[in-house]
Design a protein around this ligand. Structure first.
Ligand code: ADP
Length: 646
């Protein structure tokens, strides 16, 4: 739009300049035409005076003819002078010496009416009067436009005759107009209707015509003087000022075009830059590595979304934050501050990753690996530090897990060894146990055969030997169960009443209870259904739990009571599970110990194996039940497990 505006301004300026130039030429031409007219009029007036002088010659003056010849010689525009009487009859006439007589081939009489008219005007006005011009053919084939002037000769107030002078119009143009005016112009006399009477001047030189017209009003006759000026087509730049303005305008347009081009280039560059920025931003946003930039004073100047996500702060909370950073754990602030001071002093190798601990907004600590690199600006000066931060907490967790699983693997390996040993032991013990059993039976038989007289003694002995046999058998069963368990054979499940289970373990529990000074209470409602279980193993579990409970009650315990109880697992009577519980009032279990309670080989006792609870849980879980423990108020622990109803 600006270019169009300037171009249109440009054209208007050119057009105005052209018009101004033309009007200048026209004005000059009009002035010249008016000058030429007054020149001609002055010359004609002067001539009229000269001619009047011819009339009033002194008596001793040379004769008229002689004087007239002088006048004709001096005035080339005059073709012929005639002296006529008052009746307009020619008395004398003289022709110009410069050319053949004008009226030689022409009957002067033809012009008599014009002459008469001019002379009558002259007579009436007592002053020179001019006739209409007439075309007089000449012997050279050309013609002349001749105009007569009639001057009355007045003596004593009477017109006694007339002096008639014939002007050749073209000669007037040649002689009475200054040559300067004629330069590059064409001057002509025309009739009012435009008919050209006489012409003088230059041939056409340009393509554009300027015309100045002036009326030559003579007494008796009126003609038009026309000045034509042919000019070349006006220059595009009519003068220096216009050219200058044009040049400046063109310079302006050029500058505009260059500006537009520059603008377009800038826009392109801006677009490219925006693209590059968008690309960079997309790249930064997609990074999982946290990025953080700090200036030389340790103030955070940039963080990427991954970093914000990692520490849980928003970028506006972090930007502009100085040391200590909000993600530094409070207990580490001193240490980190020192490390930071070292880095700022340039004493820390920055390329190597450095492990550190950061704090999330919710207070959670997590391990990070930090890589620092100096931030160098375009001038080569260091403006700060750029850090790439990796959250390695997950990696740590995985490492921890693999270590734990490694430990578990080792434990399992040890367990396997224990299993092997147990299997071997059971194999080895079977025979001695079988031997004990058969010796016991043999002893019993012997005792009967002996027929002891002391009945009481015999009774006691046979009961002891029966117990020996029973316990040997029981030991054999335990060993077989362990053997089966280790071999992972399906245990023999049977329906047993909970009371039977408790009764079976009671003798052993009581034995130990007596030794430790513990009172044992049993709560077993009579209407409970039977449970489906591997009897020996469950008895072993009960024994284990009871033993642990009793051992937990030391000397400081005021009233050592161990409670063995059975009830339905849920409150409703239709529940398919029975819950066995062993309650002690001992030391209770700390949180740290509770975590590892079921870990194989974990024990707090000097002579303990740490396998008891782990085995118990395995046994209960093999029955589909659940082994758990809770704290008992006011003190002690309740271990409970569930077994399915048969
Ligand atoms: P062990 O009896 O051979 O030590 P266990 O697996 O049976 O192995 O028990 C592991 C540990 O659990 C014990 O050393 C003890 O510290 C703790 N513990 C078990 N039962 C109780 C209980 N009733 N009260 C307090 N601590 C207990």
């Amino acid at each position: 739009m600006l270019v169009t505006l300037i171009l249109s301004m440009f054209s208007v300026l050119l057009w105005l300049a052209g018009r101004y130039e033309a009007s200048q030429v026209q004005t000059r031409l009009d002035r010249d035409a008016s000058d030429a007219t007054s020149d001609i009029r002055a010359a004609l007036t002067r001539n009229a005076q000269t001619l009047q002088a011819l009339q009033f010659a002194a008596a001793d003056a040379p004769p008229w003819r002689q004087q007239a010849s002088v006048v004709l010689r001096d005035h080339r525009e005059l073709m012929r002078l005639e002296w006529r009487d008052s009746q307009l009859k020619t008395i004398q006439s003289v022709d110009t010496p410069y050319r053949a007589p004008v009226f030689k081939n022409f009957d002067r009489g033809v012009l008599q009416p014009e002459v008469a008219q001019a002379c009558s005007i002259a007579k009436r006005q007592s002053s020179p009067a001019y006739s209409n011009s007439s075309y007089i053919p000449q012997s050279d084939g050309m013609g002349l436009e001749i105009m007569d002037v009639c001057l009355p000769v007045i003596n004593d107030g009477q017109v006694t005759g007339y002096t008639l002078a014939s002007y050749a119009l073209n000669e007037i143009l040649i002689n009475q107009i200054s040559p300067a005016l004629l330069r590059s112009r064409e001057i002509s006399f025309t009739e009012a209707d435009g008919t050209r009477l006489a012409v003088n001047g230059m041939q056409h030189r340009g393509s554009r015509l300027f015309t100045g017209v002036q009326l030559l009003d003579l007494p008796g006759h009126t003609m038009v003087l026309r000045v034509d000026s042919w000019r070349a087509a006006p220059d595009v730049f009519p003068n220096v000022l216009t050219a200058l303005v044009m040049a400046m305008a063109m310079a302006l347009v050029t500058v505009l075009i260059m500006l537009a081009r520059d603008m377009r280039r800038r826009q392109q560059v801006e677009l490219d830059l925006a693209d590059a920025l968008a690309f960079r931003k997309a790249m930064e946003d997609s990074l999982v590595t946290g990025l953080r930039a700090r200036d030389n004073q340790g103030m955070i100047t940039y963080v990427n979304p991954a970093f914000c996500e990692m520490v849980g702060f928003e970028s506006k909370e972090l930007l502009g934050h100085s040391m200590p950073a909000p993600y530094w754990p409070p207990e580490m602030i001193d240490e980190y501050g020192k490390r930071q001071a070292l880095r700022l002093a340039g004493n820390l190798s920055s390329r190597e990753g450095m492990e550190s601990v950061f704090m999330r907004k919710n207070g959670e600590r997590f391990a990070v690996l930090i890589f620092e690199a100096p931030l160098i600006n375009a001038a080569g000066a260091q403006t700060g530090w750029m850090s790439a931060i990796l959250d390695i907490s997950e990696q740590r967790r995985v490492e921890e897990m693999s270590r734990a699983s490694q430990e578990r693997l080792q434990a399992t390996a040890r367990l396997a060894t224990v299993g092997e040993m147990a299997s071997l032991l059971s194999h080895e013990l079977n025979q001695p146990l079988a031997a004990i059993s058969s010796y016991a039976t043999g002893s019993l038989n012997l005792l009967q055969d002996l027929g002891l007289h002391d009945k009481h003694l015999a009774q006691s002995l046979s009961s002891a030997i029966e117990r020996i046999a029973q316990q040997a058998e029981r030991a054999g069963k335990v060993i077989k169960s362990v053997h089966d368990f280790v071999r992972r054979r399906d245990q023999a499940r049977e329906s047993v009443s909970p009371k039977t289970l408790l009764d079976n373990v009671m003798p052993l529990v009581s034995l130990q209870a007596r030794k430790l000074g513990v009172r044992v209470e049993v709560q077993c409602p009579a209407d409970l259904p039977q449970v489906l279980c591997d009897r020996t193993m469950v008895e072993q579990v009960l024994l284990n739990l009871a033993r642990n409970g009793m051992q937990a009650m030391n000397e400081d315990t005021p009233r050592k009571v161990l409670t063995l109880a059975v009830r339905r697992a849920a409150s409703n009577a239709t529940s398919r599970w029975l819950e066995f519980s062993v309650t002690d009032v001992g030391s209770g279990i700390d949180a740290q110990i509770a975590e590892k309670l079921f870990t194989p080989f974990f024990t707090t006792k000097s002579e303990g194996m740490g396998l008891g609870l782990s085995l118990c849980r395995t046994v209960v879980e093999q029955h589909g039940g659940l082994l758990s423990h809770t704290a008992h108020t006011p003190r002690g622990t309740v271990f409970s497990f569930t077994l399915p109803q048969s």
